[in-house]
Ligand binder design. Structure first.
Ligand code: DMJ
Length: 461
């Protein structure tokens, strides 16, 4: 019902725009997708399908067939286009077998390739989606790429260039063209650049120069800027039916370094993952970092018996801390970031970190922890989130983020994020499904919760 409500309102007030603004009842386009439209449609396709919202799925499919225009000319985030659009289209194709999703995914994938034309092959973060061969006086930037203006010294971001290969491997698989896999596979990145460059204490900093292949700044985080790089290492291995041993080794080594240098316990007994700035710890966890409970749980299932319990415990402790960040707020929704210092534990201490934008990471970890342990507390915690969303985020025409989780009368931010339909609602739904609905043995979820099939043919080779 929540999904239907979110979709129906998007359809009524914002179909074809990227997101719904539920207070003003209009659409939002934004500047992340380079002129592409319908981010919510593409992000919602697989969730509608999985939830058997047949009529709504057909509405979304019809929009993709009739109105999804790839002939655009604007600056897009390579990462966001990949995880939301390519991921969403691929998942819709694999679930339904409908050719339209496959052909759109391949066409869009082609448009992203020029981003990899750098001295190291590490892509830049921003790409102009106009066709390169159409470059002219009127669209001189078609096919060109840039680094984000805010990223230090023209660097590329770990969580962006490290979050491409799941989707790109499938683009190669579906097209028979190895170019996608060659550009983005873990082994390419791993062997050629990341394995060569020295890692401070085994940690991966967040900023790397696509020109020299060296780190630009020593900020390490399992939250924003770093997060899905680690996620895609373990998922690469799983998606390859456990054949991509290099990705597994990179994941194991990275997790060991993270545990050694960043995992801490607060005075009150909460386990958290701190951030690292040139050797100094920042005792803060972002909401984004809360996906890590689920990731460590997923990895634990496939670890040797002697380490398995250790990682199950670590995943449970981190998930518990993230639950505390929700439980300690007045709305029972968690802040964008929370700290562990004299000011308190698992609570935001800065005004600017008190907001909640319908993010999925905490319920994502509940879903993985549930599937791993079947401890009913994860379903209870998920249900607390459902109730809180209904109470504080549901408005007349959709769901909205809130500006302060520490007040029971929060103001709304007037934005229904597309990832709310792609991820938050999908993970909540799966938390209450049987384990064979999108079994973790057969599917890996990309970082936007779009399911991609495990390549079981590998095991027959
Ligand atoms: C999503 O777009 C993805 O999960 C991404 O990896 C991180 N942030 C958002 C949701 O919070």
């Amino acid at each position: 019902q929540m999904m239907k409500f979110a979709w129906d309102n998007y359809k009524q007030y914002a179909l074809g725009k990227n997101e719904l603004r539920p207070l003003t009842k209009n659409g939002h386009i934004g500047n992340m997708f380079g002129g592409l439209r319908g981010a919510t449609v593409v992000d919602a396709l697989d969730t509608l399908y999985i939830m058997e919202l047949e009529e709504e799925f057909q509405e979304a499919k019809k929009w993709v067939e009739k109105s999804f225009d790839l002939n655009v000319n604007g600056e897009a985030s390579l990462f966001e286009v990949n995880i939301r659009y390519i991921g969403g289209l691929l998942a819709a194709y694999y679930l339904t077998g409908e050719e339209v999703f496959k052909s759109k995914a391949l066409e869009l994938g082609e448009k992203l390739l020029p981003a990899f034309n750098t001295p190291t092959g590490i892509p830049r973060g921003v790409i102009n989606l106009g066709r390169q061969e159409m470059r002219s006086l009127f669209s001189p930037c078609s096919g060109m790429s840039w680094s984000w203006g805010w990223a230090s010294a023209g660097s590329s971001i770990l969580a962006e260039f490290g979050t491409l290969h799941l989707e790109f491997l499938h683009l190669s698989e579906l097209s028979g063209n190895p170019v996608f896999a060659d550009k983005a596979s873990t082994s390419q990145l791993g062997l050629q650049v990341l394995n060569r460059v020295e890692k401070p204490q085994g940690l991966y900093p967040n900023f790397l120069s696509p020109v020299t292949g060296n780190w630009v700044q020593h900020h390490v985080s399992i939250g924003g800027l770093g997060d899905s790089f680690y996620e895609y290492l373990i998922k690469s291995w799983l998606m390859s039916d456990k054949k991509d041993s290099e990705a597994k080794k990179m994941y194991d080594d990275a997790l060991e370094a993270i545990e050694k240098h960043l995992v801490k316990k607060s005075a009150g007994g909460l386990t958290y993952i701190a951030e690292w700035r040139g050797g100094i710890l920042d005792h803060k966890m972002g909401h984004l970092a809360c996906f890590s409970g689920g990731m460590i749980a997923l990895g634990a299932e496939h670890t040797g018996e002697e380490r398995k319990q250790h990682y199950v415990d670590l995943a449970a402790e981190i998930t518990n801390t993230c639950h505390e960040s929700y439980a300690r707020s007045d709305t029972k929704l968690g802040p964008e970031a929370f700290r562990f210092d004299a000011g308190g534990e698992a609570m935001a201490t800065r005004l600017s970190e008190r907001y909640y934008i319908l993010r999925p990471e905490v319920v994502e970890s509940y879903m993985y922890m549930w599937r791993l342990t079947h401890d009913p507390k994860y379903r209870q915690w998920g249900w607390e989130v459902v109730k809180a969303l209904e109470k504080h985020c549901r408005v007349e025409a959709g769901f909205s983020g809130i500006r302060d989780v520490y007040t029971t009368t929060p103001t709304h931010d007037n934005m229904q994020q597309s990832f709310f339909l792609a991820e938050t609602l999908k993970y909540l739904y799966l938390l209450f499904c049987e384990d064979d609905v999108l079994s973790l043995d057969d599917w890996v979820f990309n970082t936007e919760a779009h399911p991609l099939p495990v390549n079981h043919t590998n095991s027959k080779a």
